[in-house]
Design a protein. Structure first.
Ligand SMILES: [Cu+2]
Length: 316
């Protein structure tokens, strides 16, 4: 077979008049697939994307993941459709003894590719920055002096990590400390996260809040619960032998129920609050001798550290 006789049988990859318009064909295969994928991602999978929509920060995270999925799916599908098309249409067939046409650059394809990816990346950059500002840190720990703060006076909840549990102090309610995390719906919460011993991480899954709990550091994270319900709290930083057992369950309740709970707990825990170290943004468990003396005298605790006995889940 001569080269001239071969020519019509070999499709032209650039879609020149000699062959079918491959670019157009690929586009027409890709377009419906991309539309279907995006609609499924947004409307079917979207509402189930973690961490849900229980709080302002959780909603922002879910929305961000949905936006990124909807932007990424068409790009991935385009690559897959192109691969599939190339495999099927440009495969070697019986009788193809010679090379196909030489590869040439295609400035239109190059310009389109660079422009599209640049627009996608830059718009995601702007989207991400705005999302971070608008939601006051999007649920992440922002350190001791956050750049983004919600307006008004948020409810302050101090989260104290220690091997191996979290406790919660409520400085606006007399500074009582409890193992229960209770929050009101519809109000901004300011978590002040710290640790008494090693590094932990406060992860309130349904609230979309995750903040490192480091000894000597006050790490602040904001969120606003949208509705009532249970919250799972896990330690998200390997912190020793019983790290895996360091979890508890909090709850978001109505404002009325929260006020009633806080007032009752304040009274109930008053004798314990009286011998706690005064509320502070961080604590040094090695420098509380008077507290320990008081604890020993009251029969609650012993000699060493902020807490006694040591909190070990294997002990009764
Ligand atoms: Cu931990």
């Amino acid at each position: 077979m001569s080269a001239a006789a071969d020519a019509p049988a070999v499709p032209d990859a650039t879609g020149s008049p000699a062959g079918p318009s491959h670019g157009r064909r690929i586009f027409l295969i890709w377009l419906p697939l991309a539309l279907i994928a995006d609609l499924l991602l947004w409307f079917v999978l979207g509402p189930h994307v973690p961490p849900g929509a229980m709080s302002s920060s959780a909603s922002v995270q879910q929305f961000a993941i949905k936006v990124m999925a909807v932007m990424a799916a068409p790009v991935m599908l385009f690559v897959l459709v192109y691969f599939g098309y190339a495999l099927i249409v440009w495969r070697q067939r019986a009788g193809d003894e010679e090379d196909g046409p030489a590869l040439h650059g295609n400035s239109r394809v190059q310009a389109t590719w660079i422009t599209t990816t640049t627009v996608i990346v830059l718009s995601l950059f702007i989207f991400g920055t705005v999302a971070l500002i608008q939601s006051s840190g999007a649920g992440a720990g922002e350190g001791p002096s956050p750049i983004w703060k919600p307006g008004g006076t948020p409810l302050q909840v101090q989260v104290i990590g220690q091997q191996w549990r979290f406790t919660y102090r409520y400085p606006q309610f007399g500074g009582f400390e409890t193992t229960q995390l209770v929050l009101p719906a519809g109000q901004w919460v300011e978590f002040n996260v710290t640790s008494l011993d090693v590094i932990h991480s406060f992860w309130a899954y349904q609230l979309g809040v995750k903040a490192d709990a480091n000894p000597g550091v006050n790490n602040i994270a904001y969120t606003k619960p949208n509705h009532t319900g249970p919250v799972t709290v896990r330690c998200a930083e390997l912190c020793g032998l019983w790290h895996g057992a360091m979890f508890d369950y909090g709850r978001v309740v109505s404002t009325t129920a929260f006020r009633a709970w806080a007032a009752a707990t304040r009274v109930q825990l008053a004798p314990v609050t009286a011998i706690l170290p005064p509320y502070a943004t961080t604590y040094d468990p090695t420098v509380v001798p008077t507290i320990n003396k008081a604890m020993a005298k009251s029969g609650i605790g012993g000699a060493n550290g902020y807490y006694y006995p040591p909190q070990d889940p294997v002990q009764p």
